[in-house]
Write a protein that binds this ligand. Structure first.
Ligand code: DC
Length: 218
């Protein structure tokens, strides 16, 4: 079973995906983290983007359902969750060659049972044949508050105003780029999470998953 959860940054995609992965015993792909890892490698190593892309392809990336990300067994979760890497990842993500190479890396995450993949173009480009496509939206203020809570849990403090400005800037890049702009797939189910708690969003998604499980055998 392949489930995609797309949307702009801060809609709660990763938190929803992780909870659903636990419940339905599916592997998780946090595709945004792959772009962030490439940005992190590129930040540490001044070689060309091509060279760093090849480096990334040889690395072992693991996601754990408590939200940790391991690169060759090293926990880099905190190193990639900062505004500098987010900004760099968003710029790198405009590059069509990067998207082409990361497409294969992302598709290789499918396990025997399938996966739940969250990102921007999971339902439109990376897994167009997904069994269920969900697209989350939320207003920018809510998203900035969620980002702030996430950063606070890592003892990082950033003001709401600067988070709103950085989200707006990244939104523009994500929505306006030529290669895979963020748009819901035609067959996606759209959920506005602005007024919903995480568990309410999970409840809505669970209902959609149970519908497809009821209709097909996996
Ligand atoms: O979801 P995130 O904030 O971790 O993503 C970081 C950046 O990666 C985001 O600004 C855009 C890019 N991205 C993308 O272009 N396509 C995806 N499927 C996931 C992320």
């Amino acid at each position: 079973m392949i489930i995609t959860i797309d949307g702009l940054s801060g809609c709660g995609k990763s938190s929803v995906a992780r909870l659903l992965c636990q419940e339905f015993d599916l592997p998780w792909l946090d595709s945004g983290a792959i772009y962030r890892i490439l940005a992190y490698i590129h930040n540490e190593d001044s070689s060309s983007l091509d060279v760093n892309l090849n480096k990334l392809k040889k690395f072992d990336i693991k996601f754990t359902l408590d939200g940790k990300i391991f690169l060759n067994s090293k926990d880099i979760s905190c190193d990639i969750r900062n505004t500098e890497i987010a900004e760099m990842a968003s710029k790198i993500a405009k590059n069509p060659l990067v998207r082409k190479e990361l497409l294969i890396i992302q598709q290789n995450f499918i396990g025997t049972k399938g996966l739940i993949a969250d990102g921007r173009d999971m339902g439109t480009v990376v897994f167009p044949n997904a069994d269920l496509k969900i697209f989350l939206t939320a207003n920018v203020k809510n998203r900035a508050h969620r980002r702030q809570e996430e950063l606070q849990s890592m003892n990082k403090s950033v003001s709401i105003d600067s988070l709103i400005a950085s989200i707006n800037k990244r939104d523009r890049r994500d929505l306006e780029r030529e290669a895979s702009p963020v748009i819901p797939a035609d067959d996606a189910i759209i959920i506005d999470t602005s007024a919903l708690s995480l568990l309410q969003v999970v409840t809505k998604c669970r209902a959609e998953i149970n519908k497809i499980i009821g209709n097909r055998s996996f």
